[in-house]
Design a protein around this ligand. Structure first.
Ligand SMILES: *Cc1c(COP(=O)(O)O)cnc(C)c1O
Length: 236
């Protein structure tokens, strides 16, 4: 068993604790989501052995492939763009979908959730920096979007998610994390039926400490745990 994964996890946990304490938060209120995309099952099992049983994948296909080999006791999170025609494959496998950004997708999730007899927990993905290349709804549309989502009976809106811009300096993203938190507080205060959000999924390897200082409840860390990713035969 290579020990670098354990060492990485120890380091990430230490940093989470430090960032939380810096702003008077309880580190236990922050979920470290291990982003296991492109990582093989034996390596992921090393992370699970260190107590990380919440795994984030951005492709439906990879969840399908790893679901059986990883076995019971894993909380799977879908963090990447979800196509409507693939909802049926993951509806009974994932505990949280981080990337809801259209009514069309929400309608399909609601339909398939009802069919499976589950209430699906979701986050609304917000494109805070307005980047062309990123998914997510515009901040200005968030409230009306959530008002629409509140009508679905088989969907529970747990909170907001953002993928901040890639940057060398994590401080550059502080403003986006702060604004996402403000949006959550603001929308909760409108007392919309069925809407009481508590989760903020924000922060990745490069900027999770700043995100925690700004209120992240879920940080999505891949490289910081498993090392650099390789994409054989893929142009991504
Ligand atoms: C890949 C990915 C991550 C993790 O990125 P790292 O920089 O490797 O930590 C987090 N969130 C999403 C949506 C991703 O696709």
């Amino acid at each position: 068993m290579s020990s670098f994964i354990k060492e990485n996890i120890d380091e990430v946990r230490k940093r989470i604790e430090n960032s939380a304490k810096k702003v008077g938060r309880n580190p236990d209120d922050i979920l470290l989501l291990a982003v296991s995309k492109t990582i093989d099952v034996p390596k992921i099992k090393e992370a699970v052995a260190c107590g990380l049983n919440s795994l984030g994948e951005n492709r439906v296909q990879e969840i399908m492939e790893k679901y059986e080999p990883m076995g019971d006791g894993i909380n799977w999170h879908l963090i990447g763009h979800l196509q409507t025609n693939k909802v049926k494959y993951i509806i009974d496998k994932v505990c949280l979908i981080h990337s809801v950004e259209s009514i069309k997708l929400a309608t399909e999730i609601d339909k398939k959730a009802e069919k499976s007899g589950v209430i699906m927990d979701i986050l609304v993905e917000v494109n805070m920096a307005g980047e062309e290349s990123k998914f997510g709804i515009a901040p200005s549309e968030c409230e009306s979007f959530i008002r629409e989502l509140s009508k679905f009976k088989n969907i529970r809106v747990k909170g907001l998610m953002t993928v901040a811009p890639f940057t060398e300096n994590p401080e550059d993203n502080r403003i986006y994390f702060r604004k996402l938190k403000e949006m959550l507080v603001d929308i909760n205060s409108k007392n919309i039926d069925n809407i009481n959000m508590c989760e903020l999924s924000m922060g990745m390897t490069g900027d999770y400490e700043v995100a925690i200082e700004e209120g992240a409840t879920i940080v999505r860390v891949g490289t910081g745990i498993f090392g650099e990713r390789f994409y054989p035969n893929k142009n991504k």
